[in-house]
Design a protein around this ligand. Structure first.
Ligand SMILES: CC(=O)SCCNC(=O)CCNC(=O)[C@H](O)C(C)(C)COP(=O)(O)OP(=O)(O)OC[C@H]1O[C@@H](n2cnc3c(N)ncnc32)[C@H](O)[C@@H]1OP(=O)(O)O
Ligand SMILES: CC(C)C(=O)C(=O)O
Length: 530
């Protein structure tokens, strides 16, 4: 396969092609806080430390390690992570309540760099029904909470929960007050995944234009995926002036989840031609982070998940595989190694074509001529129609069987076996013997015995069966069976192998293969004709 050339869009450089400076986007990971709010995703302290250390190593700017007031376990997690992290800022969440903020301050005390993130809802719906607070009380709570948090650190983030459904005048008032009270990051979350890209971008533009001190804070997006737009909305928020993205590994999070870190980071990196930004994330660690979070949260990653799904760099259809073999950029917009995937995989399946089949066999050490390749390809297509996943071992067994049985004097053409509780079992076999098709049937004590008896009636012989062995080439009930047969006759030994998803067919092929070899042995040792 040809490799990718450096794609025009890749935003590694700190300047755009036109020479303008790219702006740095702060990546704020909340896998350990919002991610853990996914029902069933709780992590142990050790697991959280493991995730935090990997995120730190990966270059995440801010790690929201938990909500310290929530439980002793959450406090300990934030506190232990605060002791360990070397590069990232450690962040703890708190409501607009002094006890929450003090607890967060206590948990974060050992951190080399700490942030308190305090939030309160600002939408009419949340204020009226959830908080049951008048807007003026909420406004006062914004100022009081940010001021309190500043006692612990200069790095204070304030969030307007349900910000995307908040009335604009009130949102602007609260943002201005939070900045005046000392907030250095202003987050306007789309808490319920309700907004759409154009609307969210406009919201940031509006707030930044209307709030007089808006240049004193970094604006942040925090998007949920209820309508499947968390990543698109996050990037739109950035287009509207936000410079921090809150996200989680694998998009873990409340309900349908948060914007996926790996997706926003790779979108920025890959489409640097239209987004003049960069992040500090070491993207080759993305797959490792995804696997770790999946393992500790017990949330499997869907196969077709962008960036880190099992199929993100896998191609099964012949036309795509052919394109990939000629130039990887035909069907891949990112290099697999840039996200920590070892290599693109051309998956062999019912949609694959000859180019990919030949290439795959070559990688397995088989170089077949055109005729043999065509025969093997026909058998492979037949196998792929019957078997969901074709493993390398399947191809090896198929080709070895093809090589062992191709061009032999005797071969199996068709087989029907009648088996079950009410024996005797019966086999009807059609074989080609020196080009002539012969059909016979026989019974036996068991289906294999019946098959071998039927073969013997077409190719009579006295050879003794000294070994009959079956093993499954791969796992699963649709695995191919690989059958080995050993025949002995007058001191001569011949073995044969056959492979098929049907154990009976594989047995017949193995038996016939051994007979062919025995026949060759007989000829080799026969006295030369006078
Ligand atoms: C959008 C988000 O993701 S916000 C974060 C959500 N995460 C979590 O809630 C996980 C951790 N939470 C918890 O462990 C608990 O909810 C706790 C410890 C925070 C609070 O527990 P409890 O005291 O039992 O209260 P409970 O959760 O039932 O209700 C929440 C209370 O906080 C109030 N509240 C909610 N948000 C805020 C806020 N930002 N600021 C101040 N008060 C708030 C509610 O109005 C309610 O108050 P009330 O008890 O006077 O009616
Ligand atoms: C606390 C805030 C940032 C939040 O998680 C949300 O609004 O979804």
């Amino acid at each position: 396969m040809t490799s990718h050339t450096a794609s025009a869009g890749i935003a590694d450089a700190k300047t755009t092609k036109a020479g303008a400076a790219r702006e740095r986007i702060v990546i704020f990971d909340t896998t350990l806080r919002d991610g853990e709010q996914s029902p069933g995703a709780s992590m142990t302290l050790e697991e959280k430390i493991q995730v935090a250390e990997l995120l730190d190593h990966m270059g995440v700017d801010v790690i929201e390690a938990g909500f310290p007031i929530a439980s002793v376990g959450d406090f300990e997690a934030v506190n232990e992570i605060a002791k360990r992290l070397k590069r990232s800022v450690v962040c703890g969440l708190s409501r607009a309540a002094f006890k929450d903020i003090d607890r967060a301050g206590e948990a974060l005390a050992p951190a080399h760099a700490k942030r308190i993130h305090t939030f309160i809802s600002t939408s009419p719906l949340h204020m009226k029904y959830k908080l049951q607070m008048e807007p003026e009380k909420v406004y006062e709570a914004v100022i009081a909470s940010v001021t309190r948090a500043r006692n612990y650190t200069d790095d204070v983030e304030w969030s307007a929960e349900d910000g995307s459904r908040t009335e604009h005048d009130f949102l602007c008032r609260c943002v201005e007050a939070a900045i005046n009270a000392g907030a250095t990051t202003i987050n306007i979350p789309d808490t319920v995944g309700y907004t759409v890209p154009e609307e969210y971008a406009a919201l940031f533009r509006m707030v930044r234009e209307r709030v007089p001190n808006s240049d004193k804070a970094v604006f942040s997006v925090h998007c949920h995926d209820d309508l499947g737009m968390a990543v698109a909305n996050s990037l739109a928020g950035v287009a509207g002036g936000a410079r921090q993205i809150e996200c989680t590994i694998n998009g873990l999070g409340e309900r349908a989840g948060n914007a996926a870190l790996e997706e926003v980071v790779m979108a920025i990196r890959t489409r640097g031609d239209v987004m003049p930004f960069y992040t500090g994330i070491e993207t080759p660690l993305l797959t490792q982070a995804s696997k770790l979070v999946s393992a500790v949260s017990s949330f499997p990653v869907q196969y077709n998940k962008a960036i880190v799904g099992k199929n993100a760099f896998a191609h099964e259809s012949g036309i795509h595989q052919d394109g990939m073999l000629k130039n990887a950029e035909t069907y891949e917009i990112m290099r697999p190694e840039d996200v920590g995937v070892r290599a693109t995989s051309l998956v062999m399946g019912k949609h694959s074509g000859r180019h990919a089949f030949r290439d795959k066999l070559k990688s397995l050490g088989f170089e077949l001529g055109d005729n043999a390749l065509n025969d093997a390809f026909k058998r492979f297509k037949d196998l792929a129609d019957r078997k969901k996943v074709i493993y390398d071992e399947d191809l090896e067994a198929l080709v070895e069987d093809e090589i062992a049985n191709a061009g032999e004097a005797v071969s199996v053409i068709a087989l029907t076996v009648i088996a079950g509780t009410g024996g005797p079992q019966k086999a009807i076999i059609t074989m080609s013997v020196n080009g002539q098709h012969i059909t016979r049937e026989a019974t036996g004590s068991g289906p294999i015995d019946a098959i071998f008896n039927a073969v013997r009636s077409i190719v009579p012989h006295e050879a003794k069966l000294s070994l009959y062995q079956v093993h499954a080439v791969t796992e699963g009930t649709d695995a191919q069976a690989e059958v080995s047969v050993r025949l002995e006759e007058g001191g001569k030994i011949a073995t044969g192998r056959g492979a098929d998803v049907d154990t009976m067919v594989a047995s017949a092929r193995a038996y016939v293969s051994a007979l062919n070899r025995l026949s060759v042995r007989r000829q080799k040792t026969a006295p030369a004709a006078a």
